[in-house]
Design a protein around this ligand. Structure first.
Ligand SMILES: Nc1ncnc2c1ncn2[C@@H]1O[C@H](COP(=O)(O)OP(=O)(O)OP(=O)(O)O)[C@@H](O)[C@H]1O
Length: 782
């Protein structure tokens, strides 16, 4: 028998042995789980028997409360450890299926023999031999696997640098406890496994990449040096993947002090949340918190305004590209996204300390309590040195005091008397009982009619005034809308370097505000101003902020996020070549770096692209002006197709044919990508009667397998086996500003890319070398 076969047998034997050990641990855990479950059921059943209930007097009641608390704590303690055991069980199930994916034989300098280190998604410690039979991929020693080939190698252990010799590096694919494939590799991570992984069909959800993390990705995953880590990388180079593995790494490294709820990922849209939701659970970790910037804005302003979503803004800007006034509008959007605007707001806030605040008068049932003028005078009676939020706190207390005085007088008002008369029997009894309890009246004293009336009037007024009090507590007497509108009109001359024709922009903003609408470009500045006036609500709980697709954020938004999470470290991932928003400046990441000190900032560049075949990457990089440095991972496929069609009718026929052909080849995720939602809807209405297809035109839908028609904005960040670009004519992708959008949509393809157009092709296509694509219809299969 050849030595390799023998090796294989030995390795399988080890897997089998390990499997038996895992079985034993699973059995033990099962017992614990069963026992704990029994305990929980028992405690639940006897909960009220085991607590002493006595409400006779205060001391007894306190004892009862303590007794209930004790029982409840016991219960939750057991439930917690039950959860821990259940989690452990899940990990064992995964390990049993696939215990490890890699092995390194590493001989430390000071040792004579090499240690065999097996790497899996979680450690497995064997108490009988006092050995780690599996090392967690995040353990310090595991970095050898990702960072080094055979020969001299070193890693950083908690006690310092450990050097030695890597004698073997082996990769496995183990499924169901059986080794499916196994190969030795000399280089960092062998291309074979990666070839195999990347050649697979797309999933409806993103997968973990632990078995094939590349060296430069490992650097991102394990970096803990700075406060800001910026990752710039081409489409498909694994930014999102690296970010998610990094979350898992941080949760492992800082497991004593960091939990998943203290990590927040900003995703590009809500659909993307579902796309990445599986990666961490697959690794046995809890998911981090996920949100979108829009959701944050909605949470704070959604009650007061209809807020334009990024999708709506994109749609509007893309479809008005040829209209008069587009350039002016664009200049306005860019200005509102800039730090120049933010600085203007800061100047304005400085001014507001002396003048310019706008208040609403406080009224109740049409009667004035305090006029806007009185509130303004009171607000400006404070020293300039007192901050606006602090002043507002005092002002609101002062208003509430006035309201209380008003409330007392109001008890004699006619409307109160009237309500007293018509008091519903049940309300009356309820109020009566409540008063009796509170004041401990005897039945007799309460019968005193006058007293009763007084008390009931007080309750009626108090209740009626409650909404007003709430509004005052929420500082709604401050007219932020008017203050923002004045800012935009630049009455105080705080805004500098305004774009041309700002007046019409200001007018539009004013109309929007008066109709309780907020454009996407106004939303962040508006909230910023509001928060700065009312007192910024910071979040010090979050320790790590991740921002994916970061090229889509404006400098203003970055500054804003920094303010919300003053204590968090940031990991920011993006590709400047995929900036699809009009508000993104060319040098978006430079602005970002002004928020952190330069010696706490790290920048990593990824240029190797894994998603698409070599042919697709070679093609798409030519769509960019500066795509030269993008390196494809060497995976072979068909040349992308680019075809001119004579009519829309023919276009739709060809799409049907192409989708059918892709399906025959076994592709399951196929996307027809359009530029806008409108275009997607039109295409969908044509296709839907003729094939099984879904329209994904709203953020809220979950990403699913199948054939989809999807607008560019929603396709970003995700990938498909095969992509059809609906219409790449120069009518649709007409401006230079469409270049990055076009690049973004084409780079969604993993295995196949087909571009159609009717009329003339867009300029970006004319620059691609002839050998990089085919323009004939592929022959039908025999
Ligand atoms: N080391 C790796 N091993 C296996 N697969 C990888 C690796 N790195 C990236 N991939 C795969 O490449 C594809 C692209 O990765 P990902 O979506 O993370 O890239 P991205 O840089 O965020 O892309 P984009 O900017 O285009 O959205 C995914 O299918 C991912 O699983």
């Amino acid at each position: 028998m050849g030595t390799w076969e023998q090796e294989w047998i030995d390795e399988q034997r080890r897997v089998d042995q390990l499997s038996r050990k895992i079985d034993r641990k699973m059995k033990a855990i099962n017992k614990v789980l069963g026992g704990k479950k029994g305990e929980v059921v028992e405690i639940r059943k006897n909960f009220w028997e085991d607590v002493t209930v006595n409400f006779e007097d205060a001391a007894e009641a306190a004892e009862t409360a303590a007794s209930i608390r004790q029982q409840a704590e016991l219960l939750s303690e057991i439930e917690r450890s039950h959860q821990g055991a259940a989690q452990q069980m899940k990990t064992y199930v995964k390990l049993k299926n696939s215990p490890y994916f890699g092995r390194i034989d590493f001989k430390e300098e000071t040792e004579s023999d090499a240690d065999k280190i097996y790497l899996g998604i979680s450690s497995f410690y064997d108490e009988e031999t006092n050995d780690f039979l599996i090392y967690d991929w995040r353990a310090p020693i595991s970095s050898l696997y990702y960072d080094h080939g055979l020969g001299t190698a070193s890693y950083t252990a908690p006690g310092g640098e450990v050097s030695g010799e890597m004698e073997l590096k082996r990769q496995y694919i183990i499924r169901g406890g059986k080794i499916k494939s196994m190969f030795d590799t000399g280089v960092t991570i062998g291309d074979e496994l990666l070839q195999e992984v990347l050649g697979n069909e797309a999933n409806a959800q993103m997968k973990s990449i632990v078995a094939t993390i590349q060296k430069e990705q490992n650097e991102i995953i394990r970096s803990t040096r700075g406060d800001l880590l910026v990752v710039q990388g081409a489409a498909g180079c694994g930014k999102t993947s690296a970010a998610l593995q990094r979350v898992a790494y941080l949760l492992y490294k800082y497991r004593e002090t960091l939990n998943a709820s203290e990590i927040l990922l900003f995703s590009p849209n809500a659909m993307f949340n579902t796309y990445v939701a599986n990666v961490l659970p697959e690794l046995g970790e809890e998911n981090m918190e996920q949100t979108t910037f829009q959701a944050y804005i909605e949470h704070h302003l959604g009650q007061d305004f209809a807020i334009e979503t990024p999708l709506e803004q994109m749609e509007h800007m893309l479809s008005s590209q040829h209209e008069d006034g587009y350039e002016k509008e664009l200049a306005g959007v860019r200005y509102k996204a800039s730090l120049t605007f933010l600085e203007g707001i800061e100047r304005y806030l400085g001014n507001l300390k002396e003048s310019g605040m706008v208040f609403r008068g406080v009224h109740f049932r049409g009667k004035p309590i305090l006029s806007a003028k009185q509130i303004t005078e009171y607000f400006y009676s404070f020293e300039d040195s007192i901050s606006i939020p602090n002043r507002l706190k005092t002002v609101s207390e002062w208003i509430l005091k006035n309201v209380r005085e008003f409330e007392k007088k109001e008890r004699n008002a006619d409307w109160v008397k009237e309500q007293l008369h018509y008091l519903d029997e049940s309300v009356y009894t309820k109020l009566y009982n409540r008063l009796r309890k509170k004041k401990q009246y005897s039945n007799d004293t309460f019968n005193d009619l006058k007293r009763e009336e007084e008390e009931l009037s007080a309750v009626i007024v108090h209740k009626a005034i409650k909404p007003l009090r709430n509004k005052i507590q929420k500082l709604q007497f401050v007219n932020v809308k008017a203050i923002y509108s004045n800012l935009i009109r630049n009455e105080h001359d705080c805004l500098k370097e305004l774009p041309q024709d700002w007046e019409s922009i200001a007018n539009q903003t004013k109309i929007d505000l008066s109709e309780s609408r907020l454009s996407n470009s106004d939303a962040t500045p508006y909230l910023f101003l509001k928060e700065r006036i009312e007192g910024f609500q910071t979040n010090t709980m979050v320790k790590h902020v991740f921002i994916d697709e970061a090229q889509d954020y404006s400098p203003f938004q970055f500054a804003f996020i920094k303010r919300i999470f003053p204590r968090a470290k940031w990991t920011v991932l993006g590709d400047l070549n995929q900036s699809i928003y009009v508000h993104s400046p060319e040098n978006a990441f430079d602005h970002l770096r002004t928020l952190f000190s330069s010696d706490r900032t790290e920048k990593v560049h990824l240029s190797r692209s894994y998603r698409s075949t070599r042919q697709i990457v070679e093609f798409t990089k030519q769509l960019l002006k500066n795509g030269g440095s993008i390196v494809p991972f060497n995976r072979d496929g068909q040349l992308p197709g680019v075809r001119k069609l004579s009519s829309r009718y023919q276009l739709h026929e060809e799409i049907l044919d192409k989708v059918a052909a892709y399906e025959r080849e076994g592709h399951q995720n196929i996307a027809v990508i359009c530029k806008t939602v409108k275009e997607s809807q039109d295409v969908y209405s044509v296709l839907k009667g003729r094939m099984k297809v879904k329209l994904m035109a709203e953020e809220t839908v979950a990403y699913e397998k199948g054939v989809v028609v999807i607008p560019s904005y929603l396709a970003k960040g995700i990938e498909f086996d095969a992509v059809i670009i609906y219409d790449a004519s120069n009518e649709i992708y007409s401006k230079e500003s469409d270049r990055k959008l076009f690049y973004t949509v084409c780079t969604r393809a993993m295995h196949e890319l087909q571009i159609f157009y009717v009329g003339e092709p867009c300029d970006f296509l004319t620059n691609v070398s002839a050998g990089s694509f085919q323009n004939e219809k592929a022959p039908a299969p025999q």
